[in-house]
Design a protein around this ligand. Structure first.
Ligand SMILES: [Fe+2]
Length: 606
């Protein structure tokens, strides 16, 4: 197995050991997003702000069988609900947007690839319209009958044309659902998650909420924030209902399917009896999350206790991080406020049997960078990455032990466990370099060869403060691995296997791999020429993992870009052979995370 050094995680051949306090700190802080000088005319894309109501770029929504009612006061948004003064204010603010922001601040600058809609929502990243349930899907071969329930997958699907910059992560959340029962693929449907943001933009007929990653850069970003704030003051928008897109994660907990993004509270989405999806509403756990404006999109469901562990980070005010959990009946623990020196992007974390493991890495938020023309999402190279290990039932952050792991950025963590033999906490994640590459891609190439995503075992010794890192794959077999999972019935316990997408190219992926985390052995399932997909979702068999950790099937959505077809693949996790293929009736864009909800859980929906 290949080992890593802290300074060069992808290329070294010796195991790195870091001890707390070692090494000279770096002092340079670099803005994560740079506006490149205008490129050649063919490549340059310039800002243009369509201020008149624009046709949605996602095709018109199909009628939902049971549309969620509008929230109180929501009908007030849009032209019909405005007073004379509000109309005048709206016109003045629109003029400011087109005259000052679009023409003076944005138009002179070209967009980096990471904010260029022509790149970010091209090809099969382009949005689709909603799809009511289509029944009796063609299936090649046979779906194992134990797979009974619904596979749901979240993704970004911008409803309206971006006013300016747009990052892949900025799009409105859409959930795709394939209903499977008795060996048959009963239906496919996809629906927007009806966020407060989307509903207000629908009423106004265009995008007005700031796009956190693609739009908020430099002075134009400040101007767009000010514009949004002014529209709020005039009653043209209401950010108090939530500003998030709910496009990243999905979890089923305590009778509710929750669609989540870390910029807002979760939204509850109900799977209806006919396989359709209906947004119930923004869910604050019956008021228990009233003190939090957001919850991360990767809460962890403990397979033994049934508890749901979560974090909430704040980019503006202290405390910058809170930890809490929900008991199986949905009641929430008290918050543990975790002191951080600066607001930090924490997209994911991990649990063991007794601990939660929290990354505190170098991608941070510095809002004042916008005054210097940069992005508020910053790679702070003066900061030493570290992991915090906190007892699950801690009442105070003083119980947390921090262990430095220099130059480490894991956007996702696949699992963690306690090694009884060594007393260490073992964390398995994909170490991404450059750490900010998914937010800061100003290269000219469609093929992002800069990105490396190295599957890594990180060992944390909370007694000594020492850490080690080891690349799981040998150097000769190194391949970028991202989005995936372990057997969820073993989350927090030592797992032999992880199932991860082969992130080459990135961000669409060419297949997935079953990796033996102990030996580094890897078995690939390649989608084939011109075919790409996303996160593999392992559905454990009834009785697994007792009958075997890999006793189950992997579901994965695949797009054949040559044939123009979308499919759901069912692959046997034990031998990695294709078991069945479900033909889907319409295009499914590449997306983010998914989960499988079994029959009993579907019946128990709140
Ligand atoms: Fe994620």
């Amino acid at each position: 197995m290949q080992a890593l050094t802290a300074s060069s995680p992808a290329s070294s051949s010796s195991t790195s050991v870091h001890r707390r306090g070692g090494g000279a700190p770096r002092t340079r802080t670099r803005s994560a997003v740079r506006f490149a000088p205008p490129r050649a005319a063919a490549a340059a894309v310039r800002y243009a702000a369509p201020l008149k109501p624009a046709a949605p770029i996602a095709p018109a929504p199909a009628p939902s069988p049971a549309p969620a009612p509008a929230a109180a006061g929501e009908q007030g948004f849009g032209e019909k609900g405005l007073s004379f003064l509000q109309r005048a204010a709206a016109a003045a603010l629109d003029a400011f947007e087109s005259g000052v922001i679009a023409n003076l601040l944005e138009r002179p600058r070209s967009l980096p690839r990471s904010a260029d809609p022509a790149v970010q929502i091209a090809g099969n990243f382009a949005p689709v319209g909603e799809q009511p349930p289509v029944r009796s899907l063609p299936v090649s071969s046979r779906i194992p009958p134990f797979i009974s329930g619904v596979y749901v997958r979240n993704g970004a699907n911008p409803c309206f044309e971006p006013a300016a910059g747009h990052h892949l992560f900025d799009g409105d959340g859409m959930v795709h659902a394939v209903r499977i029962r008795n060996g048959a693929a009963e239906s496919y449907a996809c629906r927007f998650t009806e966020t407060a943001r989307l509903r207000q933009e629908r009423a106004l007929g265009r995008a007005v909420f700031p796009k956190a990653i693609g739009e908020l850069h430099g002075h134009s970003g400040i101007a767009r924030l000010a514009l949004f704030y002014a529209r709020g003051l005039c009653g043209l928008v209401d950010p108090s209902r939530g500003t998030g897109v709910a496009n990243a994660g999905l979890v089923y907990f305590n009778g509710r399917l929750l669609a989540m993004s870390e910029d807002d509270l979760p939204y509850q989405v109900r799977v209806t009896a006919d396989g359709d999806l209906r947004t119930v509403g923004r869910y604050d756990f019956d008021g228990q999350l009233a003190r939090c404006a957001s919850m991360i999109a990767h809460p962890k469901l403990d397979p033994d206790s049934g508890e749901l562990f979560a974090l909430s980070y704040d980019v503006i005010k202290r405390p910058y991080l809170r930890y809490f959990y929900f008991r199986p009946d949905g009641t929430k623990s008290d918050d543990v406020e975790i002191p951080l020196a600066q607001p930090t992007m924490i997209h994911d974390f991990a649990i063991t049997e007794r601990f939660v493991v929290v990354p505190d890495h170098q991608v941070v938020f510095k809002l004042d960078e916008m005054f210097r023309g940069g992005s508020p999402v910053v790679l702070d190279e003066s900061k030493t990455s570290r992991f915090g290990v906190l007892p699950k039932y801690a009442r105070d952050a003083s119980e947390m032990v921090w262990v430095d792991v220099p130059d480490c950025f894991c956007f996702h963590l696949w699992n963690a466990w306690e090694d009884e033999a060594t007393g260490e906490v073992v964390v398995v994640g994909s170490c991404m370099t450059p750490a900010d590459s998914i937010f800061n891609d100003d290269s000219d190439s469609d093929d992002d060869r800069r990105l490396q995503s190295v599957l890594t075992e990180i060992r944390l010794d909370t007694r000594t403060g020492a850490s080690t890192r080891r690349a799981v794959l040998p150097a000769s077999a190194q391949v970028n691995l991202e989005v995936g999972m372990v057997n969820r019935g073993m989350l927090g316990r030592r797992t032999r296997y992880a199932y991860l997408a082969v992130a080459e190219p990135w961000p669409k992926v060419s297949g997935f791999a079953k990796v033996d985390l102990a030996t580094g052995d890897l078995v690939r399932f390649d989608y084939g020429e011109g075919r790409f997909g996303g996160e593999p979702c392992l559905v454990p068999n009834e009785g697994a993992p007792a009958r075997g950790e890999d006793d189950g099937y992997i579901l994965s959505l695949v797009r054949d870009e040559h044939a123009g077809t979308s499919e759901l693949l069912v692959v046997n996790a034990a031998d990695m052979q294709l078991e069945a293929t479900v033909q889907l009736p319409s295009r499914v864009p590449y997306g983010f995370h998914g989960t499988f909800i079994g029959e009993r859980e579907l019946e128990a929906q709140a």
